[in-house]
Design a protein around this ligand. Structure first.
Ligand SMILES: *Cc1c(COP(=O)(O)O)cnc(C)c1O
Length: 385
C-alpha cells in the first residue's frame, strides 16, 4: 500500500535521538529550548513554545486567551476535530464558518457576513481558528482586519503548514495571528513522533503558555507572589497540565528542521507533477493563491461526479483496492455525532458538505517516488475514464 502520508527518518535523525538518550536530559532540557529557538527563528516569531501535540497546543492557546464558559470559538468545518475541540475543553461553544469552494479554506467573506449578524445578535466569537488546510494559508489579511473590527483573537491552526509562506513571509511570523499552532505528527511536514508548537510575538501569551504546559507552575522568582523565595520554591499560579514535549522528541524535531527545505521542495515538485499528470481527468485540483506558497501537506482532488460514471465511494474504494492508501480530509466536523448533539445537522455548511462528497487525498510525502506517483495516477485514471 502506498500511504497518503508518512515520515522520512534519516541516519542523522536517529543519531540525534540516540545522543539525547545518552545525555543528562530526557525532558525539560536543552534540546527543547534549542528546538523552540530554531523554530522561532525559522518562522520569524519572537517566541516558540513546544508541547506534546498540536491538540494540547490549541487547548492552552485558548486558555491563554481566557476562553471559557459563555464564550464562542469559530472555526472551519473542513478540519480535524481538534481545531474545534479546544473550545469545548475550555467550556466554550463552537460554531463554524463555511468554506470557499475554490480554496477549501474558511471563506473570509462568509466570516464577515456571519460576524455582522453575530454582532447584531450580541453573539460575537472571542476566538477564531482559521486552518491552513493542506498547507495553504487562509485569507489571513482579511481575517486579521475583521479581528480588529470585531475584537476577536486569531489562533491559526497551521498544523499542515510548517514552512509555508503567506504574502512572502513565513507562516507563524505573527503578522496575522495572535498565535500559530504547528503539529509534528508523523504525517505532517516534519515530525517529532508526537509534538506541537505555538508561535507568538506577544510576551504575555508566551509566558502564559509556558506556565500552562507545566501544571500552571512558575519557577521564576521574579514572577512569584512570595517575596524572597527559597531555593526550593515554586508556585502553582493557575490550573495547568503536563503538556511538555521531551528532549528526545525535540532533538528529532531539530534534526528534521534541517531538512525542512528539502521536504518542501520535494512536496512542491510532487504537487506540480500531479497538476500536470491529472490535468485531463474529470477532477478539480487544488488552487494556488497569489503571494502564498503551500507546504503541501495534502494533495486533494475533487471528483467532477457529473463527468464520471462511478460514485465517490466507488472511486475511493477502487483506489484502496489498487493499493493506494488514499484518505479523506475531512468529514465536516459539525456532522460528527458529538457536534450533532449540540444541534448541528446536514445542510448547515453546504460547501463543506459538497466538498466532502467529492474529495480524495492522494499520496503526498517527501519520500514518494515519481514511479509511485505514476502508479497512483494510473490507478486513478483507470477508475475515471
Ligand atoms: C494533525 C492536526 C491537528 C492535531 O495535531 P496533533 O499533533 O495530532 O494533536 C490539529 N489540527 C489539524 C488541522 C491537524 O491536521
Amino acid at each position: 500500500m502506498i500511504p497518503y502520508g508518512r515520515q522520512q527518518i534519516s541516519a542523522d535523525d536517529i543519531a540525534a535521538v540516540v545522543e539525547t538518550l545518552q545525555s543528562d536530559w530526557l525532558t525539560q532540557g536543552p534540546a527543547i529550548t534549542a528546538f523552540e529557538q530554531a523554530m522561532a527563528e525559522r518562522c520569524g516569531a519572537r517566541h516558540a513554545v513546544a508541547v506534546c501535540n498540536a491538540t494540547a497546543a490549541l487547548h492552552i492557546a485558548c486558555l491563554a486567551l481566557d476562553l471559557g464558559a459563555g464564550d464562542r470559538l469559530w472555526t472551519t468545518p473542513n478540519t480535524f476535530v481538534a481545531s474545534a475541540n479546544c473550545a469545548r475543553y475550555c467550556g466554550a461553544e463552537v460554531d463554524f464558518v463555511d468554506i470557499d469552494p475554490a480554496t477549501w479554506n474558511m471563506d473570509a467573506e462568509r466570516l464577515a457576513a456571519k460576524l455582522r449578524q453575530a454582532e447584531a445578535e450580541g453573539r460575537l466569537p472571542r476566538v477564531v481558528v482559521p486552518v491552513a488546510f493542506s498547507g495553504q494559508s487562509c485569507d489571513m489579511a482579511r481575517i486579521q482586519a475583521l479581528s480588529r473590527q470585531y475584537g476577536f483573537a486569531v489562533v491559526e491552526d497551521a498544523s499542515h503548514a510548517v514552512g509555508a509562506e503567506y504574502l512572502d513571509r513565513p507562516v507563524g511570523c505573527g503578522a496575522y495571528a495572535d498565535m500559530t499552532v504547528f503539529s509534528f505528527h508523523p504525517v505532517k511536514i516534519i515530525t517529532t513522533g508526537e509534538g506541537g508548537l505555538i508561535l507568538t510575538n506577544r510576551d504575555d501569551l508566551a509566558q502564559r503558555l509556558q506556565r500552562l504546559r507545566s501544571h500552571g507552575i512558575s519557577r521564576d522568582p521574579a514572577r512569584m507572589e512570595a517575596s524572597d523565595p527559597a531555593a526550593w520554591q515554586y508556585e502553582m499560579q493557575e490550573l495547568g497540565f503536563n503538556y511538555r514535549i521531551t528532549d528526545i522528541q525535540a532533538a528529532l524535531g531539530l534534526s528534521q528542521l534541517r531538512r525542512l527545505d528539502t521536504f518542501l521542495a520535494r512536496r512542491r515538485e510532487l504537487a506540480d507533477r500531479y497538476d500536470g499528470l491529472l490535468a485531463e481527468l474529470p477532477l478539480q485540483g487544488p488552487s494556488r493563491q497569489a503571494g502564498a506558497r503551500s507546504a503541501w501537506h495534502l494533495y486533494v482532488v475533487r471528483l467532477q461526479l457529473d463527468r464520471i460514471s462511478k460514485t465517490h465511494r466507488q472511486v475511493f474504494d477502487g483506489l484502496r483496492a489498487a493499493g493506494i492508501g488514499v484518505n479523506l480530509h475531512y468529514i465536516p466536523v459539525h456532522l460528527q455525532p458529538y457536534y450533532r448533539q449540540s444541534g448541528f445537522k446536514a445542510g448547515d455548511f453546504p460547501e463543506a458538505e459538497r466538498y466532502y462528497g467529492e474529495a480524495i487525498s492522494l499520496p503526498m510525502y517527501a519520500g514518494l517516488t515519481d514511479a509511485q506517483q505514476d502508479t497512483v495516477v494510473a490507478a486513478l485514471r483507470a477508475l475515471l475514464v
